[in-house]
Design a protein around this ligand. Sequence first.
Ligand SMILES: Cc1cc2nc3c(=O)[nH]c(=O)nc-3n(C[C@H](O)[C@H](O)[C@H](O)COP(=O)(O)O)c2cc1C
Length: 256
Amino acid sequence: MVDITENPSSRQAEEVGLLEGLATTRAIRRYLDEPIPESALRDILFAATRGPSGSNRQPFRFVVLADGEKATAAKAMIGESARALWNAKRQNDGYDRGSGSDNASPKARMARTMQSYVDNFDRVPVLVLPCLVRYRAPAPMEGASVYPAVQNLLLGARALGYGGVITGFHGAVDAPLKELLGIPEEVFIAATVTLGKPAGGHGPVRRRPMSELVYGEEWGVAPDWAVDPDGTRYTSAGPPRSAKPLGEQSRGNEDE
Ligand SMILES: Cc1cc2nc3c(=O)[nH]c(=O)nc-3n(C[C@H](O)[C@H](O)[C@H](O)COP(=O)(O)O)c2cc1C
């Protein structure tokens, strides 16, 4: 087990430093056909359960599904929903049109990754359903008591040579999934996370320049120090450039 004890002098040196790890924890959607040993799952889930929550109430619960009978059924159920969602998105967002018709384009590459991800979903090594046990009426801030723990899960996986991705693929099968796994109705399944040993490598995540994302005393104006380290590469992805007020926008798949 990774030694994460109260005594700093007894901590093992990690191969991947914290800052490097969090800058290279990418969405991993292709896995080797290998199970995750229980000892690694324990370390990953230990990291997850160290996440913060309001008043340290720890309303998060993690349903970990590897290869049991119900795990197989849950993977099949969510896999079917994932394929339906991706097929619709592939059409609606024109993944096969424009630059997508060039096989070498990032759009076409993403489409291939997604297609293979959903096609092989039923065989992902481990599925984790992070859940939120609600103790009061739903409120926008409540996710902050589960999603930091989910990011810890991904960072813990990264530290141990595994990878994963947060998805919303369970949405359409929330009710049958709860029935299958005995999850109480009032519990919110906050995400579907798949985990495994990456078939490819890890690498730096790409984001918009810091100067677009970090502001100082005036909204929209970056402080002088908000400069990415040399060599940082960017993504063209970003917030939809919609002129519509928030209330008039349609709500799509979260992965947009
Ligand atoms: C709220 C949320 C919902 C997401 N939903 C999906 C999803 O349904 N399917 C999927 O393949 N990836 C999903 N993702 C993963 C994102 O696509 C991914 O984190 C993003 O593209 C950045 O990728 P990167 O971290 O590798 O740079 C989701 C991520 C978040 C945070």
